[in-house]
Write a protein that binds this ligand. Structure first.
Ligand code: FEO
Ligand code: CA
Ligand code: CA
Ligand code: CA
Length: 601
């Protein structure tokens, strides 16, 4: 049995100190290595990356920019080989090109950016004695870019709202964009969320369309000016192209010839991710957050049941499950008097931010539950539907995952500096208890009787993040003198012992300290004992954590991106050192061992 002060299994490491170093810092006794960097070739015959000689044709066959989500599908029981899949969320042109002229990007620069978005699929391999995964050329290797065809499926496929001059069927879209987090399905495919798609579409101004403004599609020219090189980014010429982004996509990495899918039944918003839990009767439930201030948490319940097994036929069936079901949105209720939620983060008199909640139906197939909206409209303009049914406005719902053993749902609520500050915006509520919320919180949600299909739930805040010496932070009730500071939780993951791991995207909010990856027990006397496992280089975000038995990998997104920096004024030379420009990369960390590799923690 565990006793207080003794680390639970999987978390036996000495926490690293917060810092501002231009390197990845790991605990004593651990080693690290770069798995893959922006521009590394994924196919034979593709040249090595050359910062000063980039082309779109090369980028189509190289690892993309700003890796966020990552997954490993093991190809052998020892996890010596696997298929790695990563998202490439967005491009940062001033950091990708020397002398970048934002007012007049070249056509080649724009086409490089189209090719640097999307996903990468590639085989990885390590030796028995090292955790250092390296990429390999294989039949699985693939790039998904803005030029890759997707099939639109589910109840809004073929809707007039999705038709364009290039695609009069409303069922075929080229590419995916701003893919943030994601998930691995129980049937071995990848789900990925199209997040901040609004920023890519020009000329919304003057259209006076609440369906655009509700999604933050505003203004005239875009920052990247893509609309100059393809009319699909210009709303004045292609008003519906914008409706073809903001979905959950599904990709089968086992079949490099498969066409990826956009699942309209999960609704359209700034999807951070989607993750699946299988109900006792085989139906599947998908949870997804809309990552923006004051947005909502959603749940989808399928009508069909999952087929077990790893056959291609089973996978083909399971890839239809997210096309047919019911979409819900969450409404939270606190159990403490509103007068006790004072906006500081001070715990109410019952000692907890907690309460109950319900899942409100929005649409099922062709049936809408929202007055004044058709089902198609609910799927394409889901935010407006959720507004109408009185869903609860949350502090930026980021990653959301179910505990593999208990089914409890964990959601990172990253931060919300507008709560109770911006005129007209909502103030503190029990699930979002701080005004000017810089550091965020981690939500625990338990479905009624633990049933994935339940339509009511209990909830509580597990962490109220920040510096532990701030009296209005909360670490699961643990002794705060023993925990690491944390701000802006973004991704959540679990290890095989059921501990929670959290990666952060604080963008300097933790007094300018670097982002990192943390481990924390959820049960027993050590519940809430949060420890910092690693930090990433200055300006970078820690994302895509994969907590393996012997190897932990994280993505380091946008290293060196701090205000005032650029490719002409770099503040980071990670990971290539010397005078090199920073490159978003995947990093592997493992425990040093004399013989076979030791277990993490
Ligand atoms: Fe792309 Fe929600 O972080
Ligand atoms: Ca309470
Ligand atoms: Ca994220
Ligand atoms: Ca984020």
């Amino acid at each position: 049995p565990e006793s207080k002060g003794r680390p639970p299994r999987g978390l036996d490491f000495k926490p690293v100190e917060v810092n501002t170093k231009d390197e990845v810092v790991v605990p004593e006794g651990y080693e690290q290595g770069i798995v893959i960097r922006w521009g590394d070739p994924l196919f034979p015959g593709v040249p090595e990356f050359d910062f000063d000689n980039q082309t779109a044709a090369k980028q189509e066959k190289q690892f993309g920019f700003n890796c966020d989500f990552a997954a490993i599908l093991p190809l052998d029981p020892l996890e010596l080989t696997g298929i790695m899949v990563t998202n490439h969320e967005y491009t940062s042109e001033p950091f990708m090109f020397r002398g970048y002229n934002a007012a007049n990007p070249t056509e080649e620069q724009v086409k490089i950016a189209w090719a640097a978005h999307g996903l990468s699929v590639f085989m990885i391999k390590r030796s028995l004695f090292s955790g250092h995964y390296r990429p390999r050329f294989s039949k699985y290797n693939r790039r998904i870019t803005l030029n890759t065809p997707f099939e639109v499926r589910g109840p809004a496929a073929g809707s007039d709202l999705l038709k364009t001059s290039v695609d009069p069927t409303g069922k075929k879209v080229f590419g995916t964009i701003n893919n943030c987090a994601g998930g691995v399905t129980p049937w071995g495919t990848i789900l990925s969320g199209e997040e901040n798609f609004n920023q890519y579409f020009a000329n919304a101004a003057g259209r006076n369309d609440p369906r655009l403004t509700r999604y933050g599609v505003t203004g005239t020219a875009t920052t990247r000016k893509w609309e100059r090189f393809d009319k699909r980014w210009d709303l004045a010429q292609e008003p519906n192209e914008v409706n073809r982004f903001g979905w959950i996509i599904e990709l089968d990495p086992n079949d490099p010839d498969s066409t990826p899918i956009k699942h309209t039944a999960l609704g359209r918003f700034k999807h951070e991710t989607a993750n699946i839990r299988v109900a006792d009767d085989g139906r599947v439930v998908a949870y997804s957050g809309d990552d923006e201030r004051f947005e909502y948490i959603y749940k989808f319940i399928s009508n069909g049941k999952m087929k077990r097994g790893n056959s291609k036929a089973a996978r083909r069936h399971n890839m239809t499950l997210l096309d047919d079901g019911t979409l819900y949105v969450a409404r939270f209720k606190g159990d403490s008097p509103a007068s006790e939620i004072d906006g500081t983060g001070k715990l109410p008199s019952d000692g907890k931010f907690d309460g109950t909640g319900e899942w409100i139906p929005l649409a099922a197939g062709k049936k809408s539950f929202v007055p004044g909206m058709t089902a198609e409209e609910v799927y394409v303009f889901t935010r407006i539907a959720a507004d109408k049914v009185g869903a609860t406005k949350m502090d930026r719902p980021e990653d959301i995952q179910c505990h593999p053993r208990t089914g409890t749902v964990y959601c990172a609520l990253s931060n919300n500096v507008e709560r109770g500050v911006t005129p007209g915006k909502e103030g503190a509520t029990e699930p979002n208890p701080r005004v000017n919320n810089r550091h965020g919180q981690v939500l625990e949600l338990t479905e009624r009787r633990g049933d994935a299909l339940a339509l009511t739930f209990n909830w509580g805040l597990f962490l109220v993040c920040g510096f532990p010496d701030d009296p209005n932070t909360y670490f699961g009730g643990y002794d705060k003198s023993q925990v690491s500071p944390i701000s802006s939780p973004d991704n959540v993951a679990f290890d095989r012992y059921g501990n929670l791991w959290i990666s952060t995207d604080a963008d300097g909010k933790l007094d300018g300290l670097n982002d990192g990856l943390y481990g924390v027990p959820l049960e027993g006397p050590e519940r809430g004992h949060l420890k910092l496992f690693l930090t990433v280089p200055r300006g970078g975000e820690t994302c895509g954590p994969i907590i393996g038995e012997r190897v932990i990998t994280v993505c380091v997104q946008h290293p060196g991106e701090v205000d005032g920096a650029s490719a002409d004024k770099p503040v980071s030379n990670w990971p290539d050192r010397g005078t090199s420009r920073p490159r978003p990369s995947v990093v592997a960390v493992w425990r040093k061992g004399r013989r076979q590799l030791g277990e993490i923690g």
